[in-house]
Design a protein around this ligand. Sequence first.
Ligand SMILES: Nc1ncnc2c1ncn2[C@@H]1O[C@H](COP(=O)(O)OP(=O)(O)OP(=O)(O)O)[C@@H](O)[C@H]1O
Ligand SMILES: [Mg+2]
Length: 221
Amino acid sequence: MSDLLRAESLCKSFGKVSAVRDLSLHIERGEIVAMMGRSGSGKSTAMHMLAGLEQPTSGRVLSDGRDLADLDEDDLALWRRANIGLVFQAFHLIPTLSALENVAFPLYPEKMRPKERRERAAIRLEMVGLTNRAEHRPSQLSGGEQQRVAIARALINEPGLILADEPTGNLDTETGHEILELFHQLRDDAGVALLIVTHDDEVAASADRIIGMKDGGRVDA
Ligand SMILES: Nc1ncnc2c1ncn2[C@@H]1O[C@H](COP(=O)(O)OP(=O)(O)OP(=O)(O)O)[C@@H](O)[C@H]1O
Ligand SMILES: [Mg+2]
């Protein structure tokens, strides 16, 4: 099976609210999949379950045939760190750290010499074209630059899959276009797969597939 990640009949309820219903999907190595649907259709909830951040009410998420529900909290964190890069609409950078330090941040749980940490982060910053902003703090960066830092951070452990929840939602059209080009470059150069939640027709048009969401379930075009 060449699936990176597979979801089978995922359901998630919050009290009486059924946020996701019977959602099945799979992501293959090196593909770009767009997830689209109206506000409240369950896209973020689905992403959180795929990342193991939220437990499904029923159904399961499989990674390499392993059910995430069988992992304890520590193993789940290790799995996420090794396999998944997360990118959000709000960039969630740490304001007191430089761009380079933000990118290096996920490496801290590992024993590593500071020099190696910085070198690894520098390589990722170069991938997103921000070598010349390494020492800037987030407040000294544009929105697009902050998102590129967040993407570099998501790439630090060389995940096979990036889950991005409206990554261009806070950016102007032109800057959003640059982030989209970066995603394609990552796919083409590093074989990274991406699942991108988006309202942006340009992002959707450039994807290999589109997963449509409505009322918590799939309605693919
Ligand atoms: N923690 C929660 N508690 C209760 N209800 C929730 C919770 N999280 C989400 N919901 C509800 O579940 C539904 C799906 O929410 P979700 O955030 O997944 O939608 P979305 O498709 O990401 O929307 P948007 O495009 O606005 O980000 C919504 O009706 C929402 O109100
Ligand atoms: Mg959402």
